[in-house]
Write a protein that binds this ligand. Structure first.
Ligand code: F6P
Length: 498
């Protein structure tokens, strides 16, 4: 442990792999900036608004970001006026971690090992293989986390609160604590947590290092009781440290005694949607234009909508198989329904993801060949980024198809319940975190059971209007829960006062 005066003046620091700002190098050598995507970034920036003592530490994700960050003192991309305009006064430090270390940590460990583990995606007859090459990647993940720990140390004032996000940064809490025991450290896992009899797929020392890394925090957040309890189980079974599961009036989650004897809080903070921002966005010019195009395709037919990254855990292929089975079993629905499937590009650096995208496109073509006619487009698959179109697709939805293999929360189903103008009923995987809040009124499915999913699609389409209306009202209310702003605020409060 180092003993020295803190250099930084930030009282509140956020850390995440993907930051609140994106940099694009354009032809004339100038950089262009975009606000980082998604409601979460917007909500978190909102919660930081008006403070001049906040820093957000993130990684440079590409060459343009790396070279800009290297040029700036303290990698302070928010010092560029065009970036500052998008950041509500939040200072951003973007870490120019070298490209190889970043690739090994992000693709090799975070998006492969840790993502596959938490979403239970391994085809265990073949993978994973933890060999010497993998160990090199694990070394890169350690160094990547260490870069964050060093920068957080440099930014934080004495006693500051640090809000670390997600599985990319599971080692950073302990690495930071070793440098700065004065800080209040929170970590939030946005993914599921793997069951304690699946987690030991990881090499024993790595599993222990990961859990101990997280237990460097004072507060560990999860979206649902299920993921929090799975984490507690792993601490109990793998680290063999004492754990306490909440009872009675205690906040959902529990407590773990870390190997160094500290008590670490494990808490549940379910994330909801930013209703106002989303509704406003869905009324902007580009969304309205997309709405008109989709309305032309749909006509007076019923609509089944899905919106996902083309991500293995989202189970898009089984969703399409279920739609095909539904059409084969229910000829009376031909020419009366359209499936709008938005499947955005994701993680194309990984071969599994490229192959998965190809599978999705092939199956979509097969469905179109089998059922499409001059008058009827049974399936409209969109594989390019089309946020405006997806909001319009959600507005039009009668049924939301949300069938992930496993999902930390799944905000899309909540967005769909709020935006749908047709009282959409979700066909919802029981493996999605959102099932906790929406399970009573959605039609719940086993995501592996294609036939049951096809049956659920029919049930949702044929539900009597009165029942749909009642369910949709309750679903709308349940989806609005904690806005990203409130969700983040609650964690800041919980870590600062304890
Ligand atoms: O599901 C957890 C999550 O962090 C999401 O919030 C996010 O969409 C994704 O994983 C990470 O995506 P990316 O690798 O594109 O940053």
């Amino acid at each position: 442990m180092e003993n020295r005066t803190p250099q930084g003046n930030a009282r509140l620091v956020v850390a995440s792999n993907r930051g609140p700002i994106e940099v694009r190098a354009v032809a004339d050598g100038q950089d262009e900036f975009d606000r980082g995507g998604g409601g979460l970034v917007t909500g978190m920036l909102g919660a930081l608004h008006g403070r001049d003592d906040v820093v957000w530490v993130c990684a440079a994700l590409n060459d343009a970001e790396r070279s800009l960050a290297r040029e700036l003192e303290n990698n302070r991309v928010s010092d560029v006026p065009a970036a500052a305009e998008l950041l509500d006064g939040v200072r951003v430090r973007m870490l120019p971690i070298d490209a190889t270390t970043f690739r090994q940590a992000y693709n090799g460990i975070a998006n492969s090992a840790l993502w596959y583990l938490s979403h239970m995606l391994y085809d265990t007859a073949r993978s994973p293989v933890f060999d010497i090459g993998w160990r090199r990647q694990w070394g890169a993940y350690r160094r990547y986390n260490q870069s964050f720990a060093e920068s957080l140390d440099a930014e934080c004032a004495e006693g500051a609160s640090v809000m670390i996000q997600d599985y990319h940064l599971d080692l950073a809490p302990a690495q930071l604590r070793a440098r700065r025991p004065d800080l209040r450290i929170a970590h939030f896992t946005h993914t599921p947590w793997s069951p304690s009899d699946y987690f030991p797929i990881l090499p024993d020392d790595v599993g222990s290092e990961l859990l101990t890394g997280l237990l460097g925090a004072d507060l560990l957040g999860f979206h649902t009781v299920r993921w929090a309890s799975a984490f507690l189980d792993c601490c109990r079974d793998v680290l063999r440290v004492p754990v306490h599961y909440s009872e009675g009036d205690e906040p959902a989650g529990g407590l773990v005694t870390a190997p160094d004897g500290r008590s670490v809080q494990v808490r549940v903070f379910p994330l909801g949607v930013d209703v106002q921002a989303m509704k406003e966005r869905s009324q902007q010019r580009d969304s309205l234009a997309r709405m008109r195009t989709l309305q032309r395709i749909v006509g007076d037919r019923a609509v089944i909508t899905r919106v996902d990254r083309t991500e293995l855990s989202k189970n898009i292929v089984r969703g399409l198989l279920a739609y095909r089975e539904f059409l084969r079993a229910n000829p009376n629905w031909h020419n009366r329904v359209v499936h709008l499937a938005f499947a955005y590009p994701s993680r194309h650096d990984l071969a599994d993801y490229r192959a998965y995208t190809a599978d999705v496109k092939r199956l979509a073509d097969e469905i179109d060949d089998e059922f499409g006619t001059d008058e009827w487009t049974p399936l409209k698959l969109e594989v390019e980024n089309d946020y405006a179109g997806s909001l319009s697709g959600l507005r039009l939805a009668d049924v939301l198809l949300v069938n992930p293999i496993r999902d930390g929360m799944n905000l899309v189903v909540k967005e769909g319940c709020v935006l749908s103008e047709r009282d959409a009923i979700p066909v919802l995987s029981r493996q999605a975190g959102a099932a906790d809040e929406l399970g009573e009124d959605a039609i719940m499915i086993n995501p592996f059971d294609v036939t049951a999913t096809a049956g659920a699609i029919r049930l949702a389409l044929e539900m009597p209007a009165v029942e749909k209306r009642l369910r949709a009202e309750r679903l709308r209310a349940a989806s609005q829960g904690a806005s990203p702003h409130d969700w983040f605020r609650a964690q800041i409060d919980a870590v600062s006062i304890n």
